[in-house]
Write a protein that binds this ligand. Sequence first.
Ligand code: F0G
Length: 467
Amino acid sequence: MKLPYAEPFKIKMVETIKTTTREEREEWIKEAQFNLFKLDSDKVFVDLLTDSGTGAMSDKQWAEVMTGDESYAGSRSFTTLKNTVKELLGFEYFLPTHQGRAAENVLFSAMIKEGDVVPGNSHFDTTKGHIEFRKARAIDCTIDEAFDTKAIHPFKGNLDLEKLDTVLKANPKERIPFTLITITNNTAGGQPVSMQNIREVSELCSKYEVPVFFDIARFAENAYFIKTREEGYANKSIKDIVKEIFTYGEGATMSSKKDGLVNIGGFIGLKNEELYRKATTFNIMFEGFITYGGMAGRDMAALAQGLREATTFEFLESRIGQVKYLGEKLLEYGVPVQEPFGGHAIFVDAKRFLPHLPQNEFPAQTLGIELYIESGVRGVEIGTLLADRDPETRQNRYPDLELLRLAIPRRTYTQNHMDYIAAALKNVYDRRNEITQGFEIEYEAPIMRHFTVELKRKETVSLNVLA
Ligand code: F0G
């Protein structure tokens, strides 16, 4: 008999999570104006809002916390982290920041000017925000397959070289500070980018003398997919693959809250001394002195250890295996999900789940609310609410993908929790035809509305159902 999967760790400390009743949840979500961000965490049973900063640290990381060096300048923990980043990722120059978007703020202050364009593969929201805040444009060059949840492609996070070439051709190199490769491509569903694509993007960009930078929040998960899916990499170690990735670029911004296996932190890695010097000034202004950059010494020490653990095959196989386990269970129950499964999350396709709800009634949000009421599981909408309104016309933007993201925190939940989530979604799926009302907005902020939006149930049964 083939031995079943078992988590490659045992648990030393437990945190109780409260079970709640359906009646309580119905009341609480109403009080939260049907916004999942407004729920207190003790009203949530399994929290899949994000995999960012929600993972469990190892005993070795906690040991590092106890011996971290809190010196303002020249902290030993800083040196350990800097050397670890150099050894694992190959970057000579290193600046710590308090999280990923802070790294973007510092690096982009040094590199992006008004009127610039930054091509890439589905820039993350904060990344796009930091580009647009500087009156520059983020241009999405992701391959078309990424926008079809049923299309099977091993590297759906890839950049389309023709789309990229068009952008590089249409703009002078002085207007393109860099091309940004996000690994994995979170927005497209935690989908990886192949080594071949990274190499070809790098070759194309060097023809136009445009440097390549990376957003590396989930770089280790990306390396796992290269090892397990790309020809020629099966026998290479994760660490070797990671090293090769960064030979194709000039630098990176990192949100350490994901593949750094810590609860807060970020950094910038660079190869060029002049750029490092320029970024250093902004780091000191926005983050802190260069040997802590907004992080406690103990957190830098724990991060160095976290990066080592995240770049082992054993960790990644268990982590991505757990996500896959959930995805397979959902497929077995007929629940429509993005395929292939992403590295950090399962994305449920709300357009296929609730085809009778029009997109202006927020089907992915409706599904998220139903799942919460059913089970206390909290996911997050990646759809029309998140897409905001067009800044000029003020009309709702309707994205191609209307998804409910179930992001799995690292080393936090067990296989039983995965079974629970899958059963809860199955129950909602079985009664999908009874979900005839979506939601309408009562209050919304002018941008980033999803965080604070207030909703109410649509009073009438939607027309799609009657038709
Ligand atoms: N880049 C990517 C690809 C991300 O997914 C995130 C955060 C960031 C940058 C920003 O990093 O949060 O440390 O400032 N993603 C989280 C998520 C919030 O839920 O996907 P941060």
